[in-house]
Design a protein around this ligand. Structure first.
Ligand SMILES: [Zn+2]
Length: 213
């Protein structure tokens, strides 16, 4: 079954998506990734996308849809896609259902990581990356792991792009723009809300349960 993973920036969506990819053998599909793959392959469409992006223009829904179709029809990913950061609006949501049903697939789980604004702030402010092994830890939530990190504490650095104001702005925008999409899925029997204020491991185990029921 295909999965939609929702959540505001800083909700730990990436971490959880990685878990699903590894543990349940899924393919993570985000719009950004789709666009990057296409430009990397230097197809005609890829070149068009590159031009649009370098001119600071938006890539149209039509282009994104055609790329989505390519992945959805790829037998390798059949019924094993996590949609990450997609759909962003109701039109895309309706369209996604249409494309999936055309190829005899559906969305089996819609998971919303619901996280309060102040928790997001802490997560973002505390985020640290190990320069040696690339592990991501959090000064607020992983205190003991930081002390015991095998590479040594001195390799853990705060990420410089963590501008709280920008991220909080993104959070608010996200909540506002995704609200209609959430309302759209709310009545779906496969919709699950997870309290994303919990510890990362706890969220992971909740997701695991949702995926195995
Ligand atoms: Zn390390």
């Amino acid at each position: 079954m295909n999965i939609i993973l929702f959540g505001p920036p800083g909700a730990g969506k990436g971490t959880q998506a990685q878990f699903i990819v590894k543990k349940h053998n899924y393919f993570q599909l985000s719009t950004g990734q789709l666009l990057r793959n296409e430009t990397k392959q230097k197809t005609a469409l890829g070149k068009e996308i590159e031009k649009l992006i370098s001119n600071g223009k938006f890539v149209s829904d039509e282009i994104v849809d055609s790329l989505l179709k390519q992945s959805i029809t790829n037998l390798k990913f059949r019924d094993r896609i996590i949609f990450d950061g997609y759909p962003r609006n109701v039109e895309q949501a309706i369209n996604l259902e249409k494309i999936l049903s055309e190829f005899d697939q559906n969305i089996g789980r819609i998971i919303f990581l619901n996280v309060a604004r102040d928790i997001i702030e802490k997560r973002i402010m505390g985020r640290m990356t190990c320069e040696k092994c690339n592990m991501i830890l959090n000064a607020f939530f992983n205190k003991s792991e930081i002390e015991l990190h095998p590479c040594g504490k001195e390799y853990l650095v705060k990420r410089i792009d963590d501008n709280l104001e920008t991220i909080i702005e993104r959070y608010d925008t996200y909540i506002n723009t995704t609200k209609p999409v959430l309302d759209f899925y709310l009545k779906n029997e496969n919709f699950y809300t997870i309290d994303g204020n919990a510890e990362i491991e706890e969220i992971t185990s909740k997701i695991n349960k949702i995926l195995t029921v």
